[in-house]
Each structure stands twice: as structure tokens, then as C-alpha cells.
Design a protein around this ligand. Structure first.
Ligand SMILES: Cc1cc2nc3c(=O)[nH]c(=O)nc-3n(C[C@H](O)[C@H](O)[C@H](O)COP(=O)(O)O)c2cc1C
Length: 459
């Protein structure tokens, strides 16, 4: 049987995540993002639909990169205000039983010892349902909020990320032996001191002695995600990630990318299928195609072009607000935009996109409009192109997830495109069926198992 796809409900602990402007509508709860009940409802819908996980993006700074300021980011609520994703995931543990809960944390924002301890705590409390999206923060302001004058150069950030994960791997995998916890009340012997180890980590940025303060949690290392697509980003994913988020324009683009990066995963000494590829997509569902198209037109009327242009300016590091929205963008001769123009031209041959065209095309990236059956047809093509799963992007909250859970998921299940039910065990065991709760032996974290026992450390 062909493999089933993984589904994440993709969100952000903010008013507006991707489809800016829609927060103003009456049929969305986005403005109530400070209210835990909003997210409990989203999580329960996701669990009812048997989504694999609820995945929260996060950022830690806002740059004045649209029309020379950050005004649009505030007036259009483009990912600001944004609350912390880890705190929200922690709050949702008690409201869910099976759902994976993935947060985003940048190497800038938390000391690795602190992150490792928090994650282990939550992995215990959730019985092994935690995922971590590792980001390096493409933002000057993020760097400036955490002690730097400006952004750390791109490849240097990835070197830092390698150093960062090395610390947390040692704490999660190596500090406590599997049998360190004895819990013998008669002998008054809780944990065996000979089996709890310091890690003696010393590198350019970090000096961490250990031991880890938390007993081994169900997964030890959480499920690791990453989204960088540059050379350094892909190399990092190939070595470290178990899931990578991609935003291909169409199944052919995804096939090329997946094949290329799977080759890199193998070159890093792992099985090519140790890394899962999760494509970002949005869906507009109708009981007929006409109804779906009507809904999509209605949503499009409320999408804010200015908000999208601000978002895309931030992602590209190019201020599109300083350009005339109706002039062809290739006249602007901005290096950063060329790749995007190419992607647009591949999808619309012979056209010269304007700033306005680009901003709308960006929003409509991998959007599927149709009946549940038509959506299933499209998802089959994506699956056959090699992707492993989908990040479902919302238009309205929780409406988009409810429609997908209640109308699309049953059809996907009938066709074997979605899981029938949650398999027992941890988040990792559900993603990689037939494997155990711990990260596999091919992953670099595994080399720290047993590495700090006195005999090994002295060798
Ligand atoms: C689907 C997707 C989700 C992302 N989520 C976040 C996020 O939540 N926070 C963040 O700081 N960066 C996020 N990013 C940015 C990436 O982590 C990465 O910094 C960016 O793609 C540039 O990396 P690169 O230079 O290796 O391509 C995301 C990127 C993609 C494609």
C-alpha cells in the first residue's frame, strides 16, 4: 500500500500567520489568540481530525523592512504581536492526548542547557509528544534583541546551530544512562550516581558541565524539525533533522527537491527516509467545486496585499514597499528577488510579474481549492512526488482546520492518504512506524549514548 501522509495543523501564537488581512472577518477567532480556549479548541479539532501534530512557528524580532518602517507589520498585524510558542505548547499538553506538539525555538533565544531541560520536562508531561523546530532567525532585530548589533552572518548561524544541537544531544542522550533511575524505596536508592554523568562540553560559545537535571523522557531527544533551504540549511537538515518544511510550487518542484536532499541525507550517513518532507499547503473546501471557488474568491477579497507584501519583504530582506506596485519587478534589479521572479515565471510563462502579482502569488502558494475528492486527487499527486506530509495553513481559525478535519480527512482516510487512528506510543513512533521512541542510531545524537560513563570518558 502507498504510504499515508502526515498532517500538521500549522499556526503561530499570533493574530495573523500567513493569510494577512483575514483576521478582520467575523468567521475567525484570530484576534482571540491571547485566550487559551481558542487554542484548546484548535487542538481538539486537530485531534478529532487525527492530525499528527499542531505545529507553531515563531519569531523573536520584527524588522522595519516595509516602506522603510515596521508600521505595516503593526497596523496589519503581520506576525506581531506574537507570543511564545513553547509556553503555548506546554499549556496544550493537558488538553490533548495523542496530538504531537511542535514549538519553534531559535538558537539565539535560549541557552541550550535551559532549552534541553524545558523540553525534557514537557516530553515527560506529554508522554513523548514534543517536537522542536530548530531555527536560526533571519532577522536583524532578533539579533539585536539578544545582544548583537546586527544579524550574525548566514553560514555562521548554521555553524552556531551545529554547536547548539551538540550540547542538547549530549544532555538528552548521554547524561543519564538508561538504567540510572532505580526508584528502590526499600534500599533508599532513587537514582544511581554512577549512571548520571557530567557532559564536560566546551566549544566556542558554550561551556556546559552537566549533568542534565531531568531523567530520560519518553523520546529523550524531541522530534527535530528544520526549514532552511540554503546550502548550509540543507546540510544542517540532512545531518540533524527528522522533518523538514518545504514550500514547493508544484509536485514536480517537490520531487526535485526531495530527491536532491534525500541524497544529502544518505551522504550524511543516514537512511534517506530518516528525513520527512512536509509541504506547506492551504485548502478551500466546498461541497461542489463552484462553492469552493466562491469561498476562495470571498477570502481573496479580504486578503491584504500590503500585509502580504510586508511579509514577503521580510522573508526576502528586500523592501517591496519602496517599489511601484504596478511596475514589473524585473526592472528593479534586486538580486534577492530574482529567484522568486523565476519561480513565478515558471508558473506563469511569458508574463512579467509586478510587485502586486508577486505578493498575491506568494499567498496563493500551493493552495488547493475544491471538493474533498478533488483535494484528495491533488494530494495523491504530491504524495507520489515523494513528499511525506503537509503543513495545513489556515485562512480562518479554527474554521479552516475544522473543515479539513471533518470533510477532507474522512476522504483521505478512505484512500489511505491519512492515518486511520493514532498508533500507540510517542510522537516519533507515530511518524516512523515500526521504530522505537528514541532517535535512531544513525543520527548524530545517538553517538552520545553511553559516551560519558567513567570508562568511556577516560578512554
Ligand atoms: C515552512 C517554513 C516555516 C518556517 N518557520 C520559521 C519560524 O517559525 N521561525 C523562523 O524564525 N524561521 C522560520 N522559517 C525560516 C527558516 O527557518 C530559515 O531561516 C529560512 O528558510 C532561511 O534559511 P536558509 O537560509 O537556510 O534558506 C521557516 C521557513 C519555512 C520554509
Amino acid at each position: 500500500m502507498a504510504k499515508r501522509l502526515i498532517f500538521n495543523a500549522f499556526a503561530m501564537n499570533s493574530v495573523s500567520h500567513v493569510y494577512h488581512g483575514l483576521w478582520r472577518r467575523d468567521d475567525t477567532a484570530q484576534v482571540r489568540f491571547n485566550d487559551l480556549s481558542t487554542w484548546i479548541e484548535v487542538a481538539k479539532i486537530a485531534e478529532r481530525g487525527r492530525f499528527d501534530a499542531l505545529f507553531f512557528a515563531d519569531i523573536i524580532g520584527v524588522d522595519p523592512v516595509y516602506k522603510g518602517s515596521w508600521d505595516t507589520f503593526l497596523t496589519e498585524t503581520v506576525q506581531i504581536p506574537v507570543n511564545d510558542s513553547f509556553t503555548l505548547v506546554a499549556a496544550l499538553v493537558g488538553a490533548t492526548e495523542n496530538l504531537g506538539l511542535t514549538f519553534t525555538s531559535s538558537i539565539l533565544q535560549a541557552h541550550p542547557f535551559d532549552l534541553a531541560r524545558k523540553v525534557s520536562t514537557l516530553d515527560h508531561l506529554s508522554k513523548g509528544r514534543v517536537g522542536w523546530n530548530i531555527v536560526t532567525s533571519v532577522s536583524h532585530n532578533a539579533a539585536q534583541n539578544f545582544g548583537f548589533d546586527r544579524i550574525v552572518p548566514h553560514d555562521e548561524r548554521y555553524r552556531w546551530a551545529h554547536e547548539y544541537v551538540d550540547v542538547v544531544y549530549k544532555l538528552w542522550e548521554g547524561s543519564w544512562d538508561e538504567d540510572a533511575l532505580v526508584e528502590d524505596r526499600q534500599r533508599n536508592f532513587y537514582a544511581d550516581p554512577g549512571k548520571v554523568h557530567r557532559i564536560f562540553h566546551e566549544s566556542e560559545r558554550y561551556k556546559v558541565l552537566g549533568p542534565h537535571l531531568t531523567t530520560p523522557s519518553p523520546q529523550r531527544t524531541p522530534v527535530l524539525f528544520q526549514a532552511g533551504s540554503s546550502k548550509a540549511g540543507r546540510a544542517f537538515a540532512a545531518k540533524n533533522a527528522e522533518g523538514t518544511f518545504i514550500v514547493s510550487k508544484n509536485p514536480d518542484g517537490a520531487r526535485r527537491l526531495v530527491n536532491e536532499v534525500r541524497g544529502q541525507v544518505a551522504a550524511a550517513g543516514r537512511d534517506p527516509h530518516d528525513l520527512l518532507f512536509i509541504q506547506g499547503m492551504a485548502f478551500v473546501v466546498g461541497s461542489t467545486e463552484e462553492e469552493a471557488q466562491r469561498k476562495a474568491r470571498n477570502l481573496a477579497e479580504d486578503i491584504s496585499l500590503d500585509g502580504l507584501a510586508a511579509h514577503i519583504s521580510r522573508d526576502l530582506g528586500v523592501d517591496l514597499g519602496l517599489l511601484d506596485p504596478d511596475r514589473p519587478i524585473d526592472e528593479a534589479e534586486i538580486e534577492g528577488v530574482q529567484g522568486l521572479v523565476r519561480v513565478f515565471q515558471e508558473a506563469h510563462p511569458g508574463q512579467r510579474p509586478t510587485v502586486r502579482d508577486l505578493a498575491s502569488a506568494y499567498a496563493l502558494n500551493a493552495q488547493v481549492i475544491g471538493t474533498p475528492e478533488q483535494i484528495a486527487d491533488q494530494l495523491e499527486l504530491w504524495r507520489d512526488a515523494g513528499i511525506d506530509g503537509v503543513n495545513v495553513i489556515y485562512h480562518t481559525l479554527p474554521g479552516s482546520f475544522a473543515e479539513f478535519a471533518d470533510h477532507v480527512m474522512p476522504v483521505l482516510r478512505q484512500r489511505g492518504l491519512a492515518q486511520q487512528d493514532y498508533a500507540p506510543g510517542t510522537y516519533r513512533e507515530r511518524l516512523f512506524q515500526g521504530r522505537g521512541p528514541r532517535i535512531n542510531e544513525r543520527h548524530p545524537a545517538a553517538r552520545y549514548r553511553g559516551a560519558f560513563t567513567p570508562a568511556r570518558a577516560a578512554a
